[in-house]
Design a protein around this ligand. Structure first.
Ligand SMILES: [Zn+2]
Ligand SMILES: [Zn+2]
Length: 385
């Protein structure tokens, strides 16, 4: 295993640096080492990852405390560190922080194209399955007629005569000379004597493009992804990236907790008392039967392994946790009312220590049979007779 550098050293901050200082230094370094600005430079890419990793730890008060106390060893698995999935999410959020500055227009990549943001809403089933969606994106692309140069085919871009191709001009005299961007060429150092007609010399054209956006099974709300080269073409020909912000919509029936799904299933009083099998919906595979215990209480949980959401890393699905809710009947038929009144009369005599015999009697009421051992698998159709 390679020796790890001290995180404080990586981020170029002191051990007692506060959050603001850490964040500021991180942004500066991340911009400096960003792969888009250093294409193909593996050494810089390593530095970029180091900076990302150090920031992920030092921005989190809990992880930072552990690192301060135990060093890198304090962050390995088994020390109560975040789960792999949380780590990945932090990482993506950290990316989001970084690129937030580009979206705000504060990017200083002069010749590079703008990054684009795309928001994509997924329902829970789509997030569980993973897959792709085709989205129409309006973006600026390098003009095909002039290959992005802005000069009409057969003509050339010329060196700006005002600044002699430098993009800047010097003003003032003696010691007090200052550099200003050249007004004639807008700082590009070039002019276009015969502009391309297709793009009117800008080198870029508006295009509407269908882009296939993929997302992994188990994707979580708030995650972000990058599609390199699908941002806007810049004046210098470089193209920005497309950032996809994923939103996973709430489901009317299932609540997600990591890779587990929770749902509440109403059961009738008699189902809860007698037990039996009832169907419960699953997110992707339709209804599945679950077994209610005799005397199932409201609020009790029934766990269905493997019927939850897939874990983003392992792809193994979590569990479906069914919360049983015993519903008190609202509109009783005459027959149901009769039975409940009879039940109530018995309850007066049988107090809690004799709970078992109490339940046995309910069974007798609903089955009409007096004998033991006839196990109920469905709720008997009540009333009507
Ligand atoms: Zn110029
Ligand atoms: Zn053109």
């Amino acid at each position: 295993m390679p020796v790890k550098r001290c995180f404080y050293e990586v981020l170029n901050v002191t051990k007692n640096a506060d959050d603001t200082a850490i964040k500021a230094s991180y942004r500066k370094l991340a911009l400096e080492y960003h792969p888009d600005r250093n294409p193909g430079d593996e050494a810089v890419a390593v530095k970029f990852r180091e900076v990302q990793e150090a920031f992920e730890i030092l921005r989190d008060p809990d992880k930072r405390r552990r690192y301060d106390r135990y060093g890198h060893a304090g962050l390995s698995d088994g020390m109560g560190g975040g789960s792999a999935s949380a780590g990945a999410e932090d990482m993506m959020n950290a990316f989001g922080d970084l690129f937030g500055s580009f979206f705000g227009g504060g990017g200083n990549r002069k010749q590079g194209g703008r990054d684009l943001r795309l928001d994509m809403a997924l329902d829970l089933a789509e997030a569980a399955r993973g897959g792709s969606k085709t989205i129409s994106v309006n973006r600026k692309e390098a003009c095909g007629t002039c290959s992005g140069s802005g000069a009409a085919p057969g003509t050339r871009v010329a060196k700006c005569r005002t600044c002699n191709g430098q993009g800047v001009i010097l003003q003032g005299q003696g010691f007090f000379r200052i550099q200003r961007p050249c007004h004639a060429c807008g700082g590009r150092g070039e002019t276009i004597p015969d502009p391309c007609r297709n793009c009117r010399g800008s080198g870029r054209v508006d295009v509407k493009q269908d882009i296939e956006v993929r997302f992994p099974a188990g994707i979580e709300d708030g995650m972000r992804g990058r599609i390199a080269g699908y941002g806007e073409a810049g004046p210098g020909g470089e193209t920005g990236d497309l950032y996809v912000f994923y939103q996973v919509l709430p489901h009317p029936f299932f609540q997600r907790d990591g890779s587990d799904l929770h749902c509440e299933v109403p059961v009738t009083f008699s189902q809860a008392a007698l037990g039996g099998e009832i169907p419960v919906p699953t997110l992707l595979n339709g209804p599945t039967p679950i077994r209610l215990e005799r005397g199932q209480q409201t609020g009790e949980e029934i766990r269905l392994p493997g019927k939850g959401m897939p874990n983003l890393q392992s792809k193994r699905p979590g569990d479906l946790v069914v919360h049983v809710r015993v519903e008190t009947p609202r509109n009783l038929t005459a027959r149901q009312e009769e039975l409940f009144r009879e039940l109530a009369a018995i309850e007066d005599k049988d107090v809690s220590p004799q709970r078992k015999s109490f339940l046995d009697r309910i069974k007798d009421f609903f089955t009409g049979s007096g004998h033991e051992g006839a196990r109920q698998t469905e709720q008997p159709a009540p009333g009507g007779k």
